[in-house]
Design a protein around this ligand. Structure first.
Ligand SMILES: Cc1cc2nc3c(=O)[nH]c(=O)nc-3n(C[C@H](O)[C@H](O)[C@H](O)COP(=O)(O)OP(=O)(O)OC[C@H]3O[C@@H](n4cnc5c(N)ncnc54)[C@H](O)[C@@H]3O)c2cc1C
Length: 315
């Protein structure tokens, strides 16, 4: 039996979808590994639900300031030395994703990114699945004796029963200095849910002519549905929507129950970000637009007519 270390960057007061996905991933490895947890904390404490993650033992590292990737790397390698972990998994977004790659390289562990499935092979060997070529194919990889993972959260969204971790130790590590000071932006006043967590996402594309139009149509419809606003790269490049709203291969990957795409062509790069959306509604003037091949419901019409009507009905 191996040993798995789940690594959390504690960025919120309660575990987010990515952290919970890590726990579900670990539950599927139960017959192969004991599970320990590492919590890297700065602004928030690893307390309450954070410790109810079903780990056998937990290490907590309290940082004086938010860490850079190379500092987090030092914390991870120290935690691996302390726990003897064979497998490590990054269960938070942001800097931790870079840090685990650095730590894996330093410890000569292969890194398997965006794991979306776990299975047992015919000979009882452990395998994981990950999407390749923008999600067009699924690769099945045999897990080596030592390995690092990042998790694709929508693939592990079912909740599992977990227990309170009893054995908690503070980890003390001298992290290297950094010439970079990390400042986390203050919580946005935006009341909309984060794109990656939203149950409804309304996205706008190139035909939205400016930021005010984007906000009055896409933003307002998102608000009517309690959802998040998103955009294509074309809309972001045109300065119509801000970069953090970009969905796709080089933007956010989302998994809403409902995705409404208005004036979105459905390019392969955009679709790579919405593969986990459950129901897709497309509004596009071009009946041949690729988005209609993926949509559950299509409205072949002008978004400048449809969106105001929808908003008026919902209001
Ligand atoms: C390496 C790489 C990475 C990329 N990563 C991303 C990414 O992460 N995300 C992303 O989105 N793109 C990405 N792109 C860009 C991608 O290839 C497309 O250019 C982009 O998605 C197109 O955006 P769009 O659909 O808004 O614009 P367009 O291609 O211009 O399509 C606009 C659509 O709106 C329709 N339309 C026009 N007027 C109206 C109207 N009044 N009402 C309704 N419909 C209307 C048109 O019929 C058309 O289908 C990437 C490209 C590259 C090369």
């Amino acid at each position: 039996m191996g040993s798995l270390l789940l690594i959390f960057d504690v960025l919120t007061d309660a575990p987010d979808a990515q952290a919970l996905a890590g726990v579900t991933f670990a539950a599927q490895l139960q017959q192969f590994a004991t599970v320990n947890a590492l919590y890297i904390c700065h602004s928030y404490q690893a307390s309450g639900a954070w410790l109810r993650m079903g780990a056998d033992a937990a290490l907590i590292y309290n940082a004086d300031a938010p860490l850079c990737a190379h500092q987090m790397e030092a914390v991870i390698t120290a935690a691996v030395a302390a726990t003897g972990a064979d497998w490590i998994a990054a269960c938070s977004p942001g800097t931790l994703q870079d840090a685990i790659a650095r730590a894996a390289a330093v410890m000569s562990m292969p890194l398997i990114r965006d794991v979306c499935g776990v299975a047992v092979g015919n000979a009882g060997e452990l395998t994981v699945e990950r999407r390749i070529y923008s999600g067009e194919f699924i690769a099945t990889l045999q897990v080596p004796p030592r390995c690092a993972f990042t998790i694709h959260p929508p693939a592990f969204s079912q909740s599992v029963e977990t227990q309170l971790t009893a054995n908690i130790t503070e980890l003390s590590v001298a992290v290297p200095s950094s010439r970079v000071t990390v400042e986390r932006p203050a919580q946005s006043a935006d009341k909309r849910p984060a794109l990656s967590q939203a149950k409804v996402v309304v996205a706008g594309g190139n035909p939205l002519k400016d930021a005010a139009t984007f906000e009055s149509l896409i933003g307002t419809l998102a608000d009517c549905l309690g959802g998040a606003a998103g955009a294509t790269r074309a809309a972001v490049d045109a300065g119509v929507a801000s970069a953090e709203l970009q969905i796709g291969q080089t933007g956010s990957r989302i998994a809403p129950q409902l995705y409404i795409a208005a004036g979105v062509s459905g390019s392969i790069q955009h679709m790579a970000g919405i593969r986990d959306a459950q129901t897709i509604i497309a509004i596009n003037t071009d009946a041949q637009a690729p988005i209609f091949k993926h949509a559950d419901f299509g409205i072949c019409a002008d978004l400048y007519r449809i969106l105001p009507e929808l908003i008026a009905k919902l209001k």
